[in-house]
Each structure stands twice: as C-alpha cells, then as structure tokens.
Design a binder for this molecule. Sequence first.
Ligand code: NAP
Length: 514
Amino acid sequence: MQTLESYVVGRWHAGTGAPALLKNPTTGADVAACDTGGVDFAAVARHGREVGGPALRALTFAERGGRLKALSAALHEHREELIELATVNGGNTRGDAKFDIDGATGTLAAYAHVSKSLGDRPYLLDGAGTQLGRTRRFWGQHVYVPRRGVAVHVNAFNFPAWGTFEKAACAWLAGVPVISKPATATALVAWRCAQITVESGLLPEGALQFVCGSTGDLLEHLGAQDALAFTGSARTGEWMRGHANLVKHNVRVNIEADSINAAVLAPDVDAESDTYGLFLANVALDVTQKAGQKCTAARRVFVPAERLQEVLADLASEIGRATLGDPAERGVRLGPVAHEAQLADVRAGMARLSEVADVHMGGPAPVRDGCFVAPTLFVARDARAPVLHELEVFGPAATVIPYSGAAPEAAELVNLGGGGLVTSVYSNDADWTETFVLEVAPWHGRVWIGSDRMAEQSLPPGMVLPGMIHGGPGRAGGGEELGAERGLAFYMQRVALQGFQGLIESRFGKRPAE
Ligand code: NAP
C-alpha cells in the first residue's frame, strides 16, 4: 500500500507511528496510509518563518503572482491523474473531481491575475491618505504589510485540492509561508498536489510544508505573527478557536464551518419561467454534486405552501435524473459519500430529520454496498422545528419547508439557521427581493439572487468564486476568505502610518506611476 509522506523542513518524511488508513468509499478497499509520528512541529513552524517567509517576501507581488500562474498550469497538466485519485479516495464522479481540481487551478490563476494590480512595493495601500494636522503637512496613510509568521491551513475532507489552494493562493500572494494539512480520510489528492508543487520548484523552499495526518503539537508552537485558517465542522472549529495557546498569543484564526444554507422560491415565480428552471436545477445540483458534501449546498428549501406539491414533484424528477453508482463509470452523477464515518453521520442525521419531516424521496436505507446514500428529499411538518435549522446533514439530502410566501417570514425562517455561507433566492419581483435580501444579509456571507434576467449567464450558488468573499457569520464560523485582494488581508498587518506628508506619500503612499 502507498505511504503518503509529509513534506516538512525541506524533505519528505514518513511517519514513525501507527498509520491512519485511507479507503476507497466505493469498494471499501485500503488505498494508502499516512502518519506524522516523529515530525518536529516546532521546527516546522520555524522553517516556515525563517526560510519560507523571507524568500517569499523577497519577491514582488507580481513575481509571486507569476509563480501562482505557473503552479496552476503545472497542476493542470496532472488533471487526469488527479481526477482518478479523487475517484479512488474520495468517491468523486468525474464531474465532482473536476469541480475540486479545476477550482484549485482556477483560484491560483485568478490570484495570479489579482497580483497584476498590486504594484511592486512590499506593501499594499488601504484607501487614500488623509490630512491629520492643521495643514496637509501632518499626514496619515493605512498600509498592509506581510506578517512575519506562518499560515497553518487545516482543511475539510470534501475539497482536498480546492481547499488547499484557495487558502494557499492568498497566503503566498501576501508573502506568507504555508503549512497545509488536508483531512486525513481524503488526503490522497492533496498529497499528490503537494508533491507536484514541491517537484515543480516554482515556490521557494519553506513556502509550502505539507502535513499528511495529525498536526501533533503544531498549534502549541504558533505565535503572534502566525495565522490559522480552518475549514471543517463547527465542533472542531470551536475547539480551535478556544485553544489555549492561540488565545494566549492572539494568533489570528479564521473559521469556515458548516452552515444550514437555504434556497428560497418567491411566490411570483411561475412554473414556465427561466427562474423556476434555475431553482430546480440548482437545488438538484446541490443534492447530487459531490454527493451533497458541499459546504455551500442548500439544506433547507423554502417553498410557498400553495405550490408545495407541484415543487416536490418537479424537484424529485430533476434530482432523479442523476444516476447513482460507481463514480468511475461515465454517466454516473452521484457517487458515495467520502468515508464510513461520514456515511454513519449522514444516516444518523437523516434519522433525526425524520422526527420532524416526512421522506418524500430516498431516505437513509442502504441502496448498495459501499458508502452510498440515496438522494433524499424531506418535507418539513413544522417550519420552525429547531432541528431543521440546526442540523447539517452533510450528504445528498435537503428538506423542503413550506412558508406563507411573505418575504419577512421567509427571511425570519432562513435566519433561524444562525448564520450561513450562502442563501439563494429566486424571484422576479424587485420589491419582494429587496425586503428579503436586506433582512437576511446580516446573517450571511453571500446572497445569491436568481431571476429571469441573469438565468442564462448565472453560475450556481454552490460555486465559490475567487473574486467574491466566502464565509459567513455565526454558525458558519464567522470567517471570511477570498474576495480578490480582500483575501490577502488575513495574512497581512494593517498599520496606520502618521508623519510628514512628503515622506509618507513618497515612501509609503501613492506609487510613483500614479
Ligand atoms: P472536521 O472533522 O472538523 O475536520 C476538519 C479538519 O480538521 C480535518 O483536516 C481534520 O483532520 C482536522 N482536525 C480535526 N481535529 C483536529 C485537531 N484536534 N487538531 C488539528 N486538526 C484537527 O470536518 P470534516 O468532517 O473534514 O469536514 C466536514 C465539515 O466541514 C462539514 O460540516 C462542512 O460543512 C464543513 N465545511 C465547511 C466549509 C466552509 O468553507 N465553510 C467548506 C467545506 C466543509 P483529520 O481528518 O486528520 O481528523
């Protein structure tokens, strides 16, 4: 069996402890093993700070962007191989695997593009300068400079490629070295990506260290200039946020956690419209893509009560089009969930939902050997039952919840989720939409507005785009990533410079060309 090594302190390291096993969720076969026993995590953090950091900071933004672009191309060359690994270790269909891998290369390329507008000075301006004294002589300017620490990235199992590089692209472009840790159960793709990255020689030594398995005592060695960006369950996120060493040193922590996302159909949308077609297609995509294991997937689908039966029938027919089966077979659109523990979790979650909702299609019963779950639609009996708004079933399932059709009620129900990554709304009524959006906006990182006017060009709400922020308040973790240049701020220190205008502007302010 293949052993997945970690890349730390300039070399590949095979663990010396008891290895964790990675499996094929379709067949149950062992795929690989990994372990980080024997890794000196204090040395790993030091190596990033002392070797990777200075080397990255010696490059301009544009030079770092150039490396990102070349890395995107290097990974893309291995696209077919990576797709195969994602099928074997993650149960991804070809489409699911492409979503992850192309997401990684696309985000690297997008940040390469962002770099072109960042100038060639070792800092970024934050807004315009401002007069502080009686005259312009005493002047102020906010700038961002790269922090001198390491960025520890801990990722979830569902996006081993995209998760790794959407975080790393921002840190590297900001000039900060990365220690990246994928979720163990699906680490194969991330490991191969790390290997390609190291072998490409595109990044300076120390810019990427890769931890395949437990992070040991790494968090104990983080300090005031370091950052931790985590994606995963709310439970692990809560533990990390409260970690004594991180609290003591005010280590920057960004949490992307689970979210009970919503899709809302407004009462004005008629069955013949493009908007209705978009609604059906997007909800069905969220249930079936990556077997529903997308942090942005709509878990609650709000439908005007008088349309309930019609919408249920249409949704079931749309979802039913996705063939479930061996993800390696062409034409299969719904593979297994990623691993055994995940399967048990999904089944337990469905059982809890069954206490407050009826099964309209699918359900938790086994459909075939392996980690397969039937695509499932629940119908809520009580729109306010807490479990609907608090439990994320991270699999191919959603609950349809009838409501009156009033925008304030829809918003109130959506907000019972306690903070989400994305809410999608489908309406051609601008007044209804405005009322709804302004009520849900404080509780969400992203609000996606579907209508006839954009249907033809739209990308689905489940897709995270590098130019827009990703994250959300409350139970979504309270974090924020991406958003073009905004994504760099987490890795940089904003500092207010105050002094003589001539000095501030010439050395730290407007660029000479401006
Ligand atoms: P998880 O069990 O919380 O694990 C997430 C990551 O944390 C894994 O890499 C895991 O490593 C690591 N981890 C767990 N305990 C740790 C500890 N004590 N110290 C250091 N690292 C630790 O979550 P998951 O099951 O992988 O992911 C599923 C969840 O992620 C879902 O709830 C989903 O909603 C959420 N998610 C959110 C987003 C977002 O952007 N907001 C994106 C994707 C997924 P091991 O695998 O080695 O245990």
